[in-house]
Design a protein around this ligand. Structure first.
Ligand code: GDP
Length: 322
């Protein structure tokens, strides 16, 4: 595959799409080429604000992203929308990042929308999304929106790759009712209560107060105190305020170094995760390990050897062969 790097860094969306296809490819030679490409564009990356958006199905994610994205475009920004599909099989194929869900935004020449790859190998679909994010930055996108739905591990994965993590909520009290996991609330930089319109306005305000007092107890360790806001994606209300909040965060976090620190931490954690996955693959593929594994499995279950000794033997085999 030939990728026109110059066209890519000039923001040509066809070159970008092709580069993403390369990154998503499972062919071994493509993988190597993709890494080379990523390394060469690395100096041009990192200049966007990376925003994660999650929420249960029906909360209004695509309506919000459409309104938010169009607002950003009207402000002269270039916006990329990427999706991390839940790894869970219940969710099936790509339900996010579907262009038909953000019809107007997808027609804008300043927006780029890409669904999750249908499957990932090493690092799962999240690896592809991380790499795609870098390509979008190299192509000059100022705002990257990473969308996910609250199933399985996907929210944690998204939170670990973005600068700002936002949970969209419904105007009714209680996160238990909304199926939002406690751990997710703790990762949120903002809770945005959508559908604050019509008969739901009062309820949305009540819900905002409820979370505002709760978040007070859950104060973040960094300089940022999580914010709680209401908006109506469908009526385009308070969308500008949501951007105002994120843009304040970006300015402050850049100034005080928190943003660079967070990204450095994320990159290190990601490397660690990949290292473990790579080791795991090497272990599973190693012929000596494969040959001995059934016997050791039996011995461990029969109580003839300890799990520790069996694991040690397998690891030693791996390094002997290497
Ligand atoms: P997603 O599954 O989270 O992407 O949710 P959608 O964006 O598809 O929205 C689900 C439903 O909620 C749709 O019928 C939308 O029209 C509606 N919806 C989205 N945002 C709002 C809003 O701000 N107010 C109201 N009243 N309805 C909304």
């Amino acid at each position: 595959m030939t990728i026109d790097i110059e066209a890519l860094t000039k923001g040509n969306s066809r070159a970008l799409a092709k580069a993403i296809t390369l990154v998503e490819s499972k062919k071994v030679e493509h993988r190597a080429q993709a890494q080379e490409l990523l390394e060469s564009v690395l100096p041009q990356t990192g200049n966007s604000i990376r925003i994660g958006i999650t929420g249960i199905p029906g909360v209004g994610k695509s309506t919000f992203i459409e309104a938010f994205g169009l607002y950003l475009v009207s402000q002269g920004k270039r916006v990329a929308v990427l999706a991390v599909d839940p790894s869970s099989p219940i969710a099936g194929g790509s339900i996010l990042g579907d262009k038909t869900r953000m019809e107007m935004l997808s027609r804008s020449s300043d927006a780029f929308i890409r669904p999750s790859p249908s499957e990932g190998s090493l690092g799962g679909v999240a690896l592809k999304t991380r790499e795609t994010m870098l390509l979008c930055e190299a192509a000059g996108y100022d705002v990257i929106l990473v969308e996910t739905v609250g199933v399985g591990q996907s929210e944690y994965e998204v939170a670990s790759m973005v600068d700002f993590f936002m949970v969209l909520m419904l105007p009714n009290a209680g996160d238990e009712l909304q199926g939002i996991k406690k751990g997710i609330m703790e990762l949120a930089d903002a809770l945005v209560i959508n559908k604050a319109d019509g008969e739901s306005i009062n309820l949305a305000t009540q819900t905002r107060r409820h979370y505002q007092s709760a978040l007070h107890l859950l104060r973040h360790s960094s300089f940022w105190t999580p914010q709680v806001m209401t908006c109506s994606a469908i009526k385009n209300e308070n969308i500008e305020a949501v951007w105002g909040m994120i843009s304040d965060f970006q300015v402050d976090a850049t100034k005080n170094g928190a943003l660079a620190g967070k990204r450095a931490r994320q990159a290190k954690e990601w490397m660690n995760k990949l290292l473990h996955e790579m080791l795991d693959i090497k272990l599973k593929e190693n012929p000596s390990v494969k040959a001995l594994l059934p016997e050791l499995n039996r011995k461990v279950t029969d109580g003839q050897t300890t799990p520790f000794l069996a694991a040690q033997k397998l690891i030693n085999l791996l390094f002997e062969d290497a």
